[in-house]
Design a protein around this ligand. Structure first.
Ligand SMILES: [Fe+2]
Ligand SMILES: [Fe+2]
Length: 153
């Protein structure tokens, strides 16, 4: 495999939403980590972890929006509107005073986490397939071990 193809190919991961376009899968793995960081820590320090998640969301969505714009991805309006709506909500939560910011912020993080699966399945997956098809000439195929089974050597 050429270095160029290797950089696009998905790498083994425990992420549930591997889409086969490595740059996007890497971003999604970071998203999952930021969500876990935000939810698992104590209230003390939550605002900083929320800010880190929101910064990630801004970069995450900006990158996907750029891919759509730069490649002329046809059905991009709905996808970009979802990104913008999440960022509007994030900004509203960040503007709250404590203790509402932490209390509602935790709800926001759980909602974003719940939103992400369907978003990735329905919208990000189409973009990942489009990007792979442009670069490689075909849709990605993601092979994963069945739940509870490790990868064979
Ligand atoms: Fe995404
Ligand atoms: Fe997206």
């Amino acid at each position: 495999m050429t270095p160029e193809l290797e950089s696009l190919a998905a790498q083994p991961s425990d992420a549930a939403t591997l889409l086969g376009f490595r740059p996007m899968d890497d971003i999604h793995a970071e998203f999952a980590q930021r969500v876990q960081d935000a939810l698992n820590g104590p209230d003390l320090g939550f605002p900083a972890r929320l800010d880190a998640l929101v910064q990630h969301l801004q970069a995450h969505f900006a990158q996907e929006d750029r891919w759509m714009e730069d490649s002329g991805f046809p059905p991009r309006e709905c996808h970009q509107q979802e990104h913008a709506a999440v960022l509007r909500s994030a900004t509203e939560v960040q503007a709250l005073a404590e203790p509402a910011r932490t209390r509602i912020g935790r709800d926001f993080v759980r909602e974003v986490d719940a939103w992400f699966g369907p978003h990735a399945t329905h919208l990000d997956s189409a973009l990942a397939a489009w990007m792979c098809k442009r670069a490689l000439g075909g849709k990605p195929v993601v092979l994963q071990p069945r739940p509870g089974q490790g990868a064979r050597p």
